[in-house]
Design a protein around this ligand. Structure first.
Ligand code: 8Y4
Length: 283
């Protein structure tokens, strides 16, 4: 019997995401520190060019985010966040053949992004902000729920769990139930263990080793480890030296059944996906 309890074609607005094969989500940060040169339109064009390159390289999703989750990052008002992401979402939706994902926890941004044509809501706070459940429910879009405890600014201050696997599983299970109660069908949910969010190095490594256990929740899995500190810590590498570590984890995540990889380095990751598919296609 098949262990796949979900449809392998996830409706994402006007497009479908094929979950029968691993998919690559390219990261597009639109915080002021990224694409900073060239003023407003220069920034939009640079972001669109980068998104276009990721699509040409094989990304089927582009994750557009305007709020930095970096520890110590300044809080951003909904208006400011919208001002950052809306022009970029609009441009990508108009110009590129790709599913746009919006990385936001802000209900007003979810609503406007849905109007502008995004196909997926990616919320690192799993719709816990006031009004987020209703905004996501009304959008009709799929939602990625991610495990995190606390807020990005404080989450790394001594996170402790009796068992991180149980913690993540229970958290996601509860958020799934809350979503269903709010009118978001189970079939619209994607799950993510939230690597690097409120976790020690040991938590991250154990979670990765046992990634398969999250398939018990019965929904597709998204994994985001690209260039993260867990690679830096394991290898003793700075952020610009983490490509090979990221690719090793990409291959391992796919082997463990991950459906979507959220990455910075799209061409390199797509080669990993294709190489594994070539082996998989053999007799
Ligand atoms: C270097 C590279 C240092 C990356 C830090 C980072 C995830 C996510 C982020 C994730 C989902 C990040 C928005 C953090 N991570 N969304 N977002 N899953 N669904 N840090 O793992 O990339 S931002």
């Amino acid at each position: 019997m098949s262990v796949m309890h979900y449809s392998n074609r996830l409706p994402c607005g006007s497009r479908f995401l094929d979950l029968a094969h691993p998919q690559v989500m390219g990261i597009l940060n639109v915080t002021p520190d990224s694409f900073s040169d060239g003023g407003r339109f220069g920034r939009r064009d640079a972001a669109l060019r980068h998104a276009g390159a990721m699509v040409d390289a094989g990304a089927s999703l582009i994750d557009v985010g305007g709020e930095s989750t970096r520890p110590g990052a300044r809080a951003v008002s909904p208006a400011e966040e919208l001002e950052r992401v809306a022009p970029i979402i609009e441009a990508i939706a108009a110009e590129l053949d790709v599913i746009v994902s919006v990385d936001t926890s802000t209900p007003a941004v979810m609503r406007e992004a849905a109007r502008l044509g995004v196909g997926l809501i990616n919320d690192v706070r799993s719709l816990q902000r006031d009004g987020a459940l209703a905004a996501a429910a009304d959008s009709g879009l799929p939602v990625c729920l991610m495990h995190m405890r606390g807020e990005p600014t404080t989450m790394q201050q001594n996170p402790q769990y009796p068992d991180v696997l149980v913690e993540v599983r229970d958290f996601l299970d509860e958020r799934m139930a809350v979503c269903v109660a709010a009118g978001i069908a189970l079939e619209r949910l994607i799950l993510d263990p939230g690597f690097g969010f409120a976790k020690t190095q040991e938590h991250n490594l154990r979670l990765f080793k046992h990634l398969e256990s999250l398939h018990e929740l019965g929904r597709p899995l998204l994994v985001g480890v690209s260039r993260k500190s867990m690679i830096g810590r394991a290898l003793g590498r700075e952020v610009d030296e983490r490509l090979y570590g990221s690719l090793a984890l990409a291959a391992l995540a796919i082997t463990k059944g991950a459906h979507i990889l959220r990455v910075h380095d799209v061409p390199e990751t797509v080669d990993v996906v294709r190489m594994l598919a070539a082996v998989e296609a053999a007799e």
